[in-house]
Design a protein around this ligand. Sequence first.
Ligand code: IMP
Ligand code: MG
Length: 177
Amino acid sequence: MGDTMSDNIKVLLPEEELVKRISELGAQISEDYAGEEIVLVCILKGACFFACELAKRITAPVTIDFMATSSYGAGTVSTGEVMIKKDLDVSVDGKNVLIVEDIIDSGHTLQFLSNLFADRHAKSIKLCAMLDKPERREVDVTMDYIGFTIPDAFVVGYGLDYDQKYRNLPYIGVVEP
Ligand code: IMP
Ligand code: MG
């Protein structure tokens, strides 16, 4: 892993493709929730770029809150254990919760969050991820909205990091050795 920005990263999804797909998801979500209020829960830090672009394209009334979880540390392999590093500021009791994640990989994070918000008596819970790596799934999670299904490769950019780096790349890329 070099220290120079993006010299060893191959573009998988350019910015235009991401934005186009996010617009489609925004339209779909707006239609599905028409007239209903949404609490959009952005999972920090990875989902922040995606969540902001998505929120701008939702026409149903939206409030936004943030949560941070961890399962990876600095490595690239999930431990399967999910911890809350930062909790929501608002109660989701009786609310329509839309969880917005950067990527679903093993599925542990979204399964954990889905169970958590059910325990907190959310009125409805839907799951949205910018990327899906289905080959890596360890637990069964039903997704409501997926941006792109991608192969089993470690990706960075558009919020996703490798050891906290590359989040600010405007595209999704694959790190090459
Ligand atoms: P899961 O709990 O295994 O589904 O993992 C979800 C979290 O793992 C995501 O929110 C990411 O932070 C991280 N993650 C999984 N795959 C990748 C990847 O390819 N690049 C960067 N982060 C990843
Ligand atoms: Mg991460």
